[in-house]
Every structure is written in structure tokens, then in C-alpha cells.
Design a binder for this molecule. Structure first.
Ligand code: ZN
Length: 161
């Protein structure tokens, strides 16, 4: 076994992680299509319930992690639902349940929403994160660990050389 293989994940390590995310029995995201994620451990760059489980894992190790909504994308906030008159939507937007929308406020800030319900004259928009209130099941595998460089720590993100 090489030194690299014996290294386990700790704070300020750059971790490469393969993952499959399953919600309600359906795969909703996976690194298979786009490669492993890389992040700096201990900086809150991935959801807390997942990050804490990666501590102490070695390269090549895999496990299943079940993350509660509170440690994932949060509980669904009932106040994050807003009813909007249908007349305010441009005609090209399909008013169907599940349609994702991006809305811009007067300051230019962009908000993601999903159509939760279509009523007779109004549309109910859900501004919660689509995974809010969901229990997340991750199948993860650590495929790389190395100490972050000082520059990466200063910048707060991983550099690819
Ligand atoms: Zn940078």
C-alpha cells in the first residue's frame, strides 16, 4: 500500500469524491456523467451531513450516507410558496406542475422556483430548493485526497493544474 492510499480525509484536504444521489428511490444526480466532485474538506463546500461522514475515509473507500433534510438542503419552508396571477407569466412559459423557473427581482437578483400548483387564475410557486425536505441517500467513494495548497485555502476553492 502506498502512502497516498493510507491517507485519510481531514480538514483542509482536497477530496475527490464519486457519488450517486438517490431521493425517494430515484437517482437524481451522479458523478458518473461528469466525473468526481473536488472540494476542500471542512469548509462547508458540500452539504454538512455528507461532509462530516467523509472525515477519516481513505482513498478507495466507499460507503452509503443517509442525510436528513436538516443536514441536507433544509426543511421545506411553508412561507416560501408564493401565489402569482397567471397573467404575469409570459405566454411561452408552460404553466405545468414541476416546471423550473428563474425569476429576477427589481435588484436583479435571480431566484429559482418550481411550479407547485396551477390554479384557475393563479400559479403557486415554490421557492424552496428542489431537495428541501428530502432525505438524501448518497453512495460515495473517495478517489483522491491531497492537502490543499496555501493558494487554494486563500481562494477557498480547488485549483486544477
Ligand atoms: Zn483561485
Amino acid at each position: 500500500m502506498s502512502d497516498q492510499e493510507k491517507r485519510v480525509v481531514g480538514d483542509n484536504d482536497v477530496v475527490s469524491l464519486e457519488y450517486t444521489l438517490t431521493v425517494d428511490g430515484e437517482v437524481v444526480d451522479s458523478s458518473e456523467g461528469h466525473g468526481p466532485i473536488e472540494y476542500i474538506q471542512g469548509k462547508g463546500q458540500i452539504i454538512p451531513g455528507l461532509e462530516k461522514e467523509v472525515y477519516g475515509m481513505a482513498v478507495g473507500e466507499s460507503k452509503e450516507v443517509v442525510v436528513s433534510p436538516a443536514e441536507g438542503y433544509g426543511e421545506e419552508n411553508p412561507e416560501a410558496f408564493v401565489e402569482v396571477p397567471k397573467s404575469e407569466f409570459p405566454p411561452e412559459i408552460p404553466l405545468e406542475v414541476g416546471t423550473p423557473l428563474q425569476l429576477r427581482d427589481q435588484q436583479g437578483q435571480v431566484f429559482d422556483a418550481t411550479i407547485a400548483e396551477v390554479k384557475e387564475n393563479t400559479v403557486l410557486l415554490n421557492f424552496n430548493h428542489p431537495l428541501a425536505g428530502k432525505t438524501l441517500t448518497f453512495q460515495i467513494k473517495v478517489v483522491g485526497v491531497r492537502p490543499a495548497t496555501q493558494e487554494e485555502l486563500d481562494h477557498g476553492h480547488v485549483h486544477h493544474h
